[in-house]
Design a protein around this ligand. Structure first.
Ligand code: XUL
Ligand code: CO
Length: 433
C-alpha cells in the first residue's frame, strides 16, 4: 500500500479546470520559445522538507506522523524512499534532490554511517531504473548534528573540518553514482554568532581551502555536473558568510574559483538578504555564475525563513524573466525547497502544495517568455541606454578623467533628465500575467 493511496497522477486539464489536483498552466509538452515546458522548468522535489521534516517549530515538536519516522532504521529509510518515488510519479517531476541525512540513518561511527548511505544510494539507484525522475543535485547536511554547531569547514576544531571534508567526499560519490547534474553546498553553519570568539580571516581561509578541495575532487572523479553554492544571509548563525550572490562572487574571486563554482539562488534567502529574487538572479547572470534556483518564498512579515511553496504569479514571472534572459537552465532547475505548513498533515497536502507551486511557476514562465519574445521590456531598456551606442560614448570609457574634462569644457553639454517610465513598465508586466 502506498502512502499516497487513492491519489491519481496529476494531469494538465487547462485553465478552466476546477479540480484541486490538476495542472491549469503546467503542460510538460507545451512549447515555450521552442522548448518543452518540462525542459525549461526542470521541476525538482526536495527530500528533506517533503519526507524528512517532522512539522516542528521553535515552540512545538513533531506534528506529522509518517510511517517511516523511525530513527536508526534502514528499513524505514526504504519505506520513505518508496513514498518519495510515489510522489514523483504522481507529480511527473523530472528531478529530485537530497542531503545525505535525508536518505540514510545516522550510525555510531563515520564508517557505519557511510555504509548506510551506500546502501540507500543503491536502493534509490534501483528505484531510478524504473522511474523517469532523475537526480538534480545531492548535498551534505553539515548543520543539523551538534558536532557542526560551530561550523563545518569554518569550525575551530580541525577534526570537524576533517569530518566535513570526508562527508562531502561520500556525498559527491553518491551524487555521481546516481547521475546527479549538480552538487550543492549550502554553508548551513558557516558563519558566526559573536566576533568575541571568532577569527574571521582564519575561517575564510578554511572555507577557501575546503571549496578548492571540492573542485579538485570533482575533476579527479570526472564529475561533469556543476558545483553550486547556495547563498543565505542569516539563520542559523547571525552572520552567515555566504550572505548573497555578490558576496559569494567575492569569495570565489578571492580563492580563484569563479570559473569553477556557480550559485543556487533561493527566493526566501534573497528576501532575507533584503533583495528581490530577480535582483539575485540578474546579478548571478551578470557575474557569469547563474546555476539553479530554490523556488520557495518567505513570508514578508515574519522575517524568518518560512520556506513556503510559491503562490505569487507576478514574482514567478519576474524570476523566470531573469532565468530566460540568462539563457535558461543548463544543469540547474526549479527546486521546491519548501515545507508544508505545520497543520497540513495529510498526504494530499503534499501533492496539492507541489501542484500549486508548479502551476504558478508555469504561469510565470509563459508570461515571461511572452514579454521576452515581444520585446516589450527589452526595447524600452535598449532605448534608455541608446546614448551609449555612439562611438563617442564608447571611446569615453577608455579615456582619462582629464581628457573627459577637457571635452566637457569644449562641448558645453546640457544633459536633460528623462523619465524612467517605471509605472508604464510595471503596467506592461501586469498585462502579461
Ligand atoms: C536552508 C536551505 C537548504 C539548502 C540545502 O535554508 O535552503 O535546505 O537548500 O542544504
Ligand atoms: Co535552499
Amino acid at each position: 500500500m502506498s502512502f499516497f493511496d487513492g491519489i491519481a497522477p496529476v494531469s494538465f486539464q487547462g485553465a478552466d479546470s476546477t479540480s484541486d489536483l490538476a495542472f491549469r498552466h503546467y503542460d510538460p509538452d507545451e512549447l515555450v520559445m521552442g522548448k518543452r515546458m518540462e525542459d525549461h522548468l526542470r521541476f525538482t522535489c526536495a527530500w528533506w522538507h517533503s519526507f524528512a521534516w517532522p512539522g516542528g517549530d521553535p515552540f512545538g515538536g513533531q506534528t506529522f506522523q509518517r510511517p517511516w519516522f523511525k530513527e536508526d532504521d534502514l528499513a524505514a529509510a526504504k519505506v520513505k524512499a518508496d513514498a518519495a518515488f510515489d510522489l514523483f510519479d504522481i507529480l511527473g517531476v523530472p528531478f529530485f534532490c537530497f542531503h545525505d541525512a535525508d536518505i540514510r540513518p545516522e550510525a555510531d561511527s563515520f564508517a557505519a554511517t557511510a555504509r548506510n548511505l551506500a546502501e540507500m544510494v543503491d536502493y534509490i539507484g534501483e528505484k531510478m531504473e524504473t522511474s523517469k525522475t532523475k537526480l538534480l543535485w545531492g548535498t551534505a547536511n553539515l548543520f543539523t548534528h551538534r558536532r557542526f554547531m560551530s561550523g563545518a569547514a569554518t569550525n575551530p576544531d580541525p577534526d570537524v573540518f576533517a569530518w566535513s571534508a570526508a562527508t562531502v567526499k561520500t556525498c559527491m560519490d553518491a551524487t555521481m553514482k546516481l547521475g546527479g547534474q549538480n552538487y550543492v553546498l549550502w554553508g548551513g553553519r558557516e558563519g558566526y554568532e559573536t566576533l568575541l570568539n571568532t577569527d574571521l580571516t582564519r575561517e575564510a581561509e578554511q572555507a577557501g581551502a575546503f571549496l578548492s578541495k571540492v573542485v579538485e575532487y570533482k575533476h579527479k572523479i570526472g564529475f561533469k555536473g556543476a558545483i553550486l553554492i547556495e547563498p543565505k544571509p542569516q539563520e542559523p548563525t547571525k552572520h552567515q558568510y555566504d550572505y548573497d550572490v555578490a558576496t559569494v562572487y567575492g569569495f570565489l574571486k578571492r580563492f580563484g574559483l569563479e570559473n569553477e563554482v556557480q550559485v543556487n539562488i533561493e527566493q526566501g534567502h534573497a528576501i532575507l538578504a533584503g533583495h528581490s529574487f530577480e535582483h539575485e538572479l540578474a546579478m548571478a547572470a551578470s557575474l557569469g555564475i547563474f546555476g539553479s534556483i530554490d523556488m520557495n518564498r518567505n513570508d514578508y512579515q515574519s522575517g524568518w525563513d518560512t520556506d513556503q511553496f510559491p503562490d505569487n504569479p507576478r514574482e514567478a514571472t519576474l524570476a523566470y524573466y531573469e532565468v530566460l534572459r540568462a539563457g535558461g537552465f543548463t544543469t540547474g532547475g526549479t527546486n521546491f525547497d519548501a515545507k508544508l505548513r505545520r497543520q497540513s498533515l495529510d498526504p494530499i497536502d503534499l501533492v496539492a502544495a507541489h501542484v500549486g507551486g508548479m502551476d504558478v511557476c508555469a504561469r510565470g514562465l509563459k508570461a515571461a517568455a511572452a514579454m521576452l519574445s515581444d520585446g516589450v521590456l527589452e526595447d524600452a531598456r535598449a532605448a534608455r541606454y541608446a546614448g551609449w551606442t555612439t562611438p563617442e560614448a564608447q571611446a569615453m570609457l577608455g579615456q582619462s578623467l582629464d581628457q573627459i574634462h577637457d571635452a566637457v569644457v569644449t562641448a558645453d553639454p546640457r544633459p536633460e533628465p528623462r523619465s524612467g517610465r517605471q509605472e508604464s513598465l510595471e503596467n506592461v508586466v501586469s498585462r502579461y500575467i
